[in-house]
Design a binder for this molecule. Structure first.
Ligand code: AKG
Length: 349
């Protein structure tokens, strides 16, 4: 049976959310009316403008800032990242136009994640007895490399410029990925191309997930995305300037400020593993709200499924034993799913 779309629930005018969306007490956001005046610690903001300046000192400073944010937060906001604001505006307009379609038109692109067809329009399926769900619908497809994206069968066919703008955005994110991985490698004392090569080089995979979070009548009970670290190496995130992303920092959930023009960069598990814990994979979650639809665009940069990722040999010695086993990326995905299901089973027993 096709899962219920969260958008259908939201637009039905219901006043209380179905039980499957009610999070356990310990997961509920205590700050669902987000306090954006909080003057406490904030996600580091890094101005990338000087990267191409040819000034070696400026480049070193940016690399240092990226490495510090990667150790301390596992996430950062990047300003002047080199992707034009007009391209970003077109990408966002195309994604929004798709989600503005009536649900019956979006259903033509529905995935069937229960039977392993994960690409396309979807909503989370309850994958065990506890049946816990997230307050979002999404669209998920492969963005890169070109020979792995099946545009005709797995991308939205509407609006007409979706493919053109999304391909152009993918090309820009691919360049930025190489630059960030270069900075992270150099800061570990490695050769600039080292991490990118381990992650598959030309075969590095990029997947786009458009997260669509409808208005929620009880945001204090629900989550748009539950707390997790990304399985990817890097994740680049854009949003429609509606707050909701929170990062876990020193025991507290911090709401990322909405900064015009910024791109949020999250480090995922693969970078944490390769660096043997020198960089951290940031724990984060997504909140929803009563007033506004939130949309985010996440590009997950991942190794190919059969690439074996473990701590890089340069990161390991007698004083620094490996903190993680080497696994293929597919094994890592299975391991995380298994652990999550185990935790849920424990919670329901
Ligand atoms: C995810 O898609 O994995 C996210 O964490 C999305 C976060 C957001 O929407 O801000």
């Amino acid at each position: 049976m096709a899962p219920a779309r969260v958008e259908t629930l939201s637009s039905s005018g219901l006043e209380s959310i179905p039980l499957e969306y009610v999070r356990p007490v310990e997961e509920r956001p205590t700050d669902s009316v987000l306090d954006l005046t909080d003057h406490g610690p904030q996600l580091p903001v890094i101005d990338f403008a000087g990267w191409h300046s040819g000034d070696a000192e400026e480049r070193k400073k940016i690399m240092r800032e990226i490495a510090e944010a990667s150790q301390e937060w596992g996430a950062m906001q990047l300003l002047n990242h080199g992707i034009s604001q007009s391209l970003i505006a077109r990408l966002q307009a195309a994604g929004k136009a798709f989600f503005d379609l009536p649900i019956k038109d979006k259903e033509k692109y529905a995935n069937d994640s229960g039977s392993g067809k994960i690409l396309g329009y979807g909503s989370k399926l309850a994958n065990n007895a506890s049946g816990q769900l997230e307050w979002e619908d999404y669209y998920f497809h492969i963005l890169w490399p070109e020979h792995k994206r099946d545009v005709a069968n797995t991308w939205p066919g509407y609006p007409s410029d979706y493919e053109e703008v999304t391909v152009a955005y993918g090309r820009e994110i691919r360049k930025l990925t190489a630059q960030i991985l270069g900075a992270l490698s150099l800061e570990l004392g490695l050769e600039e191309g080292r991490m990118e090569r381990v992650l598959g080089g030309e075969e590095l995979l990029m997947e786009l997930k458009i997260n669509y979070y409808p208005r929620c009548p009880q945001p204090e009970l629900a989550l748009g995305v539950e707390a997790h670290t990304d399985i990817s190496a890097l994740t680049f995130l854009l949003h429609n300037m509606v707050p909701g992303l929170q990062l876990f920092h020193h025991g507290k959930w911090i709401t990322a400020k909405c900064i015009p023009g910024a791109l949020i960069l999250q480090l995922g598990d693969q970078v944490e593993i390769m660096s043997n814990g020198k960089y951290s994979s940031g724990l984060h979650r997504g909140l929803v709200n009563k007033e506004k639809v939130r949309i985010s665009w996440a590009v997950f940069c991942c190794p190919p499924k059969d690439a074996v990722i473990g701590p890089m040999k340069e990161m390991v010695d007698d004083q620094n034993p490996p903190l993680f086993p080497a696994r293929t990326f597919q094994e890592h995905i299975d391991y995380k799913l298994f652990r999550k299901n185990q935790a849920k089973e424990k919670a329901t027993n």
